[in-house]
Ligand binder design. Structure first.
Ligand SMILES: Cc1cc2nc3c(=O)[nH]c(=O)nc-3n(C[C@H](O)[C@H](O)[C@H](O)COP(=O)(O)OP(=O)(O)OC[C@H]3O[C@@H](n4cnc5c(N)ncnc54)[C@H](O)[C@@H]3O)c2cc1C
Length: 466
């Protein structure tokens, strides 16, 4: 079936309001937030916006019978080219299918369709004093379906973990149109060890095994209080050492973030009134829970961090907490300021290393930046070793683009060498496939067999992850 015949068939099947075929509309879908799609944007053949499992099934059967690629897409905030068509095919835009079907507060869970925006879900759950803890920086934009497909997390993963820990069951439409329900057909339970755990398999599968059309997820009670501590260090090694000291003092903060000297400089250039202290590193600790425990843990952090830090400030006052946190919340945007004609690119941005190797990793990234003559801004979720690196370049300069791609490659290799991973949050997508074998060895071959079992024709999101 050629492109034009496919477009006609889709319009006949779904009606013209749910199908986009205009090249200008399709161009919008050739991008996500990755640098890759800025370098090599590619339009799909058609975009469809299904609003029922049956519609997804029909589309999948049509694609299966005619060997057409299927690319699921949420809000397109991914950093890996995961939701774009590399060689034509149908993009399934699930972002408008955004019903919260049921907040089952008495069973501490919620059932929803994939297009619900993360922040919107938490706004609705707050009415029941509940929340869905994973908290990506893209919370106001990204869909819960995209979070499940990417096993997203964020700065509170250190205490609350990643999306996978909350997913109780999924409805998934497979490449041949079959619909499966994982986690028990009728189940509303929280604990369930029956059968192979296909829910876990689907979480983080980046759209290569099937389309997630319904999500049953667990919610937690909302903490009543929070507090923030900022600690300033003259010696980089003292930052990870302090994180360990805090853990060993029996405190598990809900967030532990680092800004190294490059990030401190970027923030101060972007918004001088924040006036972060010049230092080798700043740590921000967030503690949440009930008011007495928050106050107690804050005092422990103050005392423990004070042994290595130049100074530590602790606050539970709303205005001051916002001020202390502001530098961290604008770091990603501020990064570009370290160079006048610079743009921050999302490539090699998400490595994960053991806590004990964070300082060495940051030093090695600085050395790589010097080697390639590229400024790199470093920050991240130090509590679980997830380092965000932000190369700042002039993307209009092809020679510089080539240089930064070498730098990014070396950053990925560095992560593996440091006993870490090339990605702690954002996934493999189209940009990190070449490292999979290095990271997984023989297990990689079994992953490929699993892919074949679900998608024998290789039509689900080809060119991604596997
Ligand atoms: C400013 C910014 C901050 C970010 N911060 C974080 C962060 O802190 N933590 C983090 O983990 N990520 C972060 N991200 C990355 C991204 O937001 C997350 O990975 C998010 O979960 C992607 O959701 P999405 O709806 O945009 O998915 P998309 O980008 O549309 O898709 C991502 C992947 O999921 C697949 N997919 C989407 N929906 C489905 C579905 N229903 N069924 C099957 N497959 C599907 C796609 O095929 C693709 O492979 C950030 C991105 C930006 C732009």
């Amino acid at each position: 079936m050629d492109k034009s015949a496919l477009q006609k068939e889709l319009v006949k099947m779904l009606g013209k309001d749910k199908v986009l075929c205009d090249e200008l509309d399709l161009m919008y879908y050739s991008y996500d937030s990755s640098f890759l799609t800025k370098l090599e944007p590619a339009n799909p053949w058609a975009v469809v916006m299904p609003h029922s499992t049956e519609e997804v099934q029909q589309i999948m059967k049509l694609a299966f019978d005619n060997n057409i690629d299927i690319i699921p897409r949420g809000a397109g905030t991914g950093e890996t080219g995961g939701c774009v068509a590399l060689k034509g095919g149908i993009v399934l835009d699930l972002s408008t299918w955004d019903e919260i079907e049921e907040i089952d507060a008495k069973n501490m869970q919620v059932i929803l369709r994939p297009g619900v925006i993360h922040a919107h879900l938490n706004k609705e759950l707050a009415k029941y004093n509940l929340f869905f803890p994973p908290d990506p920086g893209s919370s106001q934009m990204c869909t819960v379906g995209g979070m499940v497909a990417n096993n997203a997390s964020g700065l509170r993963a250190v205490k609350y973990g990643c999306t996978e820990q909350y997913i109780l069951g999924l409805e998934v439409v497979l490449a041949n149109g079959d619909v499966i329900t994982t986690g028990g057909m009728k189940a509303r339970c929280i604990k369930n060890v029956s059968g192979l755990n296909l829910t876990k398999l689907m979480v983080g599968s980046e759209g290569i095994l099937g389309v997630i059309t319904k999500i049953r997820l667990r919610c937690w009670p909302r903490p009543k209080a929070r507090g923030i501590a900022m600690a300033v260090f003259d010696n980089l090694d003292d930052a990870p050492a302090t994180v360990l000291d805090v853990y060993q003092a029996g405190v598990l903060p809900s967030g532990i973030e680092i800004l190294d000297s490059s990030a401190i400089q970027a923030v101060n250039l972007f918004k001088p009134e924040i006036n972060l202290p010049e230092a080798e590193a700043i740590l921000l600790f967030e503690v949440d829970g009930n008011p007495p425990s928050v106050e107690y843990e804050g005092q422990v952090i103050k005392e423990v961090a004070g042994k290595r830090a130049r100074n530590v400030e602790w606050s539970t006052e709303t205005k001051r907490m916002a001020e202390l946190w502001e530098g961290r919340s604008i770091t990603a945007t501020a990064a570009a300021r370290v160079r006048k004609d610079g743009s921050r690119i999302f490539a090699g941005e998400d490595i994960s290393v053991p806590l004990a190797k964070v300082a060495d990793t940051l030093r090695a990234i600085r050395a790589l930046g010097d080697k390639y003559g590229i400024k790199v801004v470093n920050y991240g979720h130090i509590g679980d070793g997830n380092v965000h690196t932000a190369p700042v370049i002039n993307p209009e300069n092809p020679e510089e683009v080539e240089r930064v791609m070498q730098l990014v490659h070396d950053i990925h290799l560095l992560a593996i060498e440091m006993e870490g991973s090339t990605t702690g949050e954002h996934g493999v997508g189209a940009v990190r496939r070449q490292y999979a074998e290095m990271e997984h060895g023989q297990a990689w071959n079994y992953m490929k067999e699993i892919k074949k079992a679900f998608d024998p024709k290789g039509l689900m999101n080809p060119g991604k992850l596997i």
